[in-house]
Design a protein around this ligand. Structure first.
Ligand code: GLU
Length: 597
């Protein structure tokens, strides 16, 4: 099947684009200086790396749409943020169309291979689940990547340029190289023990057997060629063609080093799985909160339902009129409840019935809110409620089975264009470095997204919505969000951070809406994440700043950093405030197309 833009043949689409539009590659704009905050006009980008932000801004300055720029950013992140993003992963794309004034989403989550079943992560030799770490660095964890399908679909729906054109900035960076940052070196160093198990990964990321030095130039000519092949042959080169064959072959025959110390299980991902993969157009989730409307990602992500349910619960209390400690107590208690419901009800809606509407109903939220004790933290884990039959307001619930989820990283970025289109896009390989396996000769790491499935049932006697199955998408926490005020974009935001993504998105909204912080302050503020576990995961700054929470019974587990948010605020009169992280992830990169009108 040819995948082409708007029904045109690949050639005619490229010819028309080239005739109408200035070349993206020809852009010469001032080099961007890395900064966490920027303010200006004509569009904006916030991403993890300065090269990716620059790539997006170049496309915007050449008349590209937010969708065009978003693909350029994502493709460049595949080069400069390779442990978090790339062709080997997937994600969720939330889009506001200024013309139709509608929010739409694309679900590009990885799928389990057709050969998978509920026992995907059960070791046949022992009958027991594989240890989590063993499953991560293996062929078993690799899902069918959805990233490229998102790019195709986004350009098809909202792009002016075609894929070949918006890949050019990334090809240039991959070809010419970029300076290794302390952050990238740290990530590679942390992954060194597993990266060296694979010849292809060691060759790319452990030059001379070690992580590349900070400031040295890292080139990825294999990825430049892979992007060129996609530009020339279309996305079918990946979804069924030569690149796809290399992906499947890598998963089935791991490129193990001669002196390997482990023998990870192989996977069964096949070319046919790639050929059948589709990114899905999805209706967004939507909740009204105070005077704004919050749009998010519907299942297979739990982001939209869990952010939305938490907001609905919190809306029953006037947080702004409470002191900060009381308000934060409500915040922690609300997410505790919402995570219990997430665990019980959210999975891939093609495989399980997800009561999305009921989870987001005000009547369910009202009953859940009754479970919050205003002066005491309820011992976690708490049991889920029943959105289909919420029942009466009753006091705090009995405990349920604890679940553990890893908290690792991906990336989130945001883009806006001069027309008013907005993109909020979280994309991931799951762990930092994904499965640790680079496809030989192709220059990208494969995801380990399937470890987001539960390996064994977690819901006691109730069914678990997130067990593996053939073709199923593992439940995600990614929460790319767009907030409208008076029907117009006001905020766009999101973050990496595994299951803490939801609370980071929520905290930024609360900080901005209820606590009236500026967006830079709302993003920089210390974070805490209560995910229905006995202790609250929190940054040291949060614990120190809120000693009063201990008197409510909240107990904390320190985590140095939670998330790495990217956000935009639309200030009116075409002005945009672009906000990244000043400190987390070594600081991220915000930019605007033009500082002045
Ligand atoms: N795999 C995670 C999820 O979908 C995202 C990766 C991360 O940030 O840890 O929820």
């Amino acid at each position: 099947m040819m995948r082409v833009k708007r029904g045109m043949g690949a050639l005619s689409a490229a010819v028309v684009a080239a005739a109408l539009l200035p070349s993206v590659a020809g852009a010469t704009t001032p080099p961007l200086v890395k900064a966490p905050v920027a303010q200006g006009y004509g569009g904006a980008v916030v991403s993890d790396t300065v090269q990716a932000t620059q790539a997006g801004l170049d496309v915007l300055r050449r008349g590209g749409t937010a969708a065009d720029a978003a693909v350029a950013v994502a493709a460049t992140l595949g080069v400069t943020d390779p442990n978090m993003a790339g062709l080997g992963g997937g994600g969720y794309f939330v889009h506001y169309d200024a013309k139709t004034r509608k929010v739409s989403t694309i679900d590009g989550r990885e799928t389990a291979p057709r050969s998978a079943d509920a026992n995907l992560f059960i070791n046949p030799a022992t009958g027991q689940p594989y240890p989590f770490a063993d499953a991560v660095t293996s062929g078993l964890s690799v899902g069918t990547p959805g990233q490229l399908a998102i790019w195709e679909r986004a350009l098809d729906r909202w792009g002016r340029y075609d894929l070949a054109d918006v890949l050019k900035p990334a090809i240039k960076v991959a070809e010419q190289g970029f300076p290794v940052t302390p952050q990238l070196r740290k990530e590679i160093e942390q992954n060194q023990p597993r990266f060296k198990q694979f010849t292809s990964t060691a060759k790319l990321y452990l030059p001379g057997g070690n992580p590349p030095a900070v400031g040295s130039t890292l080139r990825n000519p294999d990825l430049a060629n892979t992007y060129r092949e996609i530009a020339r042959d279309g996305v079918d080169a990946f979804y069924g063609g030569k690149i796809g064959r290399d992906v499947a072959n890598t998963v089935q025959h791991l490129p193990l080093a001669a002196d390997v110390t482990v023998k990870p299980p192989v996977g069964k991902l096949s070319v046919e799985d790639l050929r059948r993969y589709r990114a899905l157009d999805q209706a967004p989730t939507k909740v009204g909160y105070r005077n704004v409307e919050v749009y998010g990602m519907a299942p297979s992500s739990s982001g939209g339902t869990t952010v939305g349910e938490s907001l609905n619960i919190l809306e029953t209390t006037k947080l702004g009129s409470l002191n900060r400690t009381q308000a934060l107590h409500y915040y922690l208690e609300a997410t505790k409840l919402a995570y219990a419901d997430r665990g019980r009800y959210v999975g891939d809606p093609k495989f399980v019935t997800v009561p999305t509407r009921e989870l987001l109903s005000d009547s369910f939220a009202a009953v859940r809110a009754c479970r919050i004790d205003p002066i005491r933290a309820t011992p976690a884990p708490v049991a889920p409620g029943n959105p289909l039959d919420p029942g009466q307001c009753t006091p705090p619930p009995p405990a349920a089975t604890p679940t553990q989820e890893n908290e690792v990283h991906t990336n989130h970025f945001v883009v806006a264009d001069a027309r008013g289109d907005v993109v909020s896009y979280t994309n991931t390989l799951e762990q930092v470095g994904g499965s640790g396996i680079v496809v030989p000769g192709r220059g990208f790491l494969l995801n380990n997204e399937l470890t987001d499935f539960n390996f064994t049932p977690t819901q006691g006697t109730a069914p678990d919505p997130n067990l593996p199955a053939a073709g199923k998408r593992p439940r995600s926490s990614m929460s790319p969000t767009i907030v409208l005020k008076d029907g117009r974009p006001w905020l766009a935001l999101g973050s990496p951070g595994g299951s803490t993504i939801i609370t980071t998105a929520l905290q930024i909204i609360l900080n901005r809406v209820d606590f009236k912080q500026s967006l830079p302050d709302a993003v920089a503020a210390p974070r805490a994440s209560q995910r229905n576990t006995p202790t609250v995961t929190a940054e040291p700054g949060f614990i120190t700043a809120n000693p009063g929470l201990a008197t409510y019974g909240h107990k904390f587990t320190e985590q140095a950093e939670i998330g790495a948010a990217a956000a935009l605020e639309f200030l009116g009169h075409d002005q945009i405030l672009a906000v990244g992280e000043p400190v987390r992830r070594s600081g991220t990169s915000a930019g605007v197309a033009y500082p002045a009108k």
